[in-house]
Design a protein around this ligand. Structure first.
Ligand SMILES: [Zn+2]
Ligand SMILES: [Zn+2]
Length: 173
């Protein structure tokens, strides 16, 4: 879905509401951790104020992940807020402040799909966790330590010191 700039101009500062559904299959294919995904519903509004165009709203979807620590599948009810500002490509404001978040606008339309897909993907975790403090699997016996407390002693050994630990083990024999 695209928004025509002339349409925003005609509204003279009155926001234009929009609603669209993003292509879930494409999103899934573009992110390694997404195992499944419901249709992504976007709701928001666009407005022109002076030389600038603003687009804001949120994206909602149920996303299936596999926990990176305990390997349990879980569904995340994602709600991603987006807020973007555009200026016409040749607007001096884009040169004045190179660090600004203002995006250059090519052509006479705002292309929502590509923009919102990026916003959604950027908000997805690259290291999904079922719970922020997921205890993960026991490295010795493999149980899910969120469910079972095993009695293995898993001392956290700094890999750089692992060789040293072996040395101590040998000397205790
Ligand atoms: Zn987990
Ligand atoms: Zn264990």
């Amino acid at each position: 879905m695209n928004i025509k700039l002339t349409e925003l101009e005609h509204r003279k500062g009155e926001p234009l509401p929009f609603q669209l559904t993003l292509d879930a299959t494409e999103l899934k294919n573009r992110h390694d951790e997404i195992r499944g995904i419901s249709p992504v519903e976007a709701k928001g509004e666009a407005v022109q104020l002076g030389n600038l165009y603003y687009v804001k709203g949120d994206l909602k979807a149920d996303v299936d992940f596999v926990c990176a620590r305990c390997l349990t599948p879980f569904t995340h009810h994602a709600k991603v807020a987006f807020s973007e500002t555009f200026a016409p490509e040749d607007d001096p404001i884009l040169q004045e402040d190179e660090d600004s978040d203002i995006l250059p606008l090519e052509g006479d339309e705002i292309e929502l799909d590509a923009l919102l897909q990026e916003d959604f993907l950027l908000a997805m975790p690259t290291f999904p966790l079922c719970e922020e403090d997921c205890k993960g699997l026991c490295p010795s016996c493999g149980v899910n330590r969120n469910e079972v407390a095993c009695s293995c002693k898993n001392e956290r050994i700094d890999p750089r010191l692992a060789g040293l630990a072996d040395l101590f083990k040998d000397s205790n024999k």
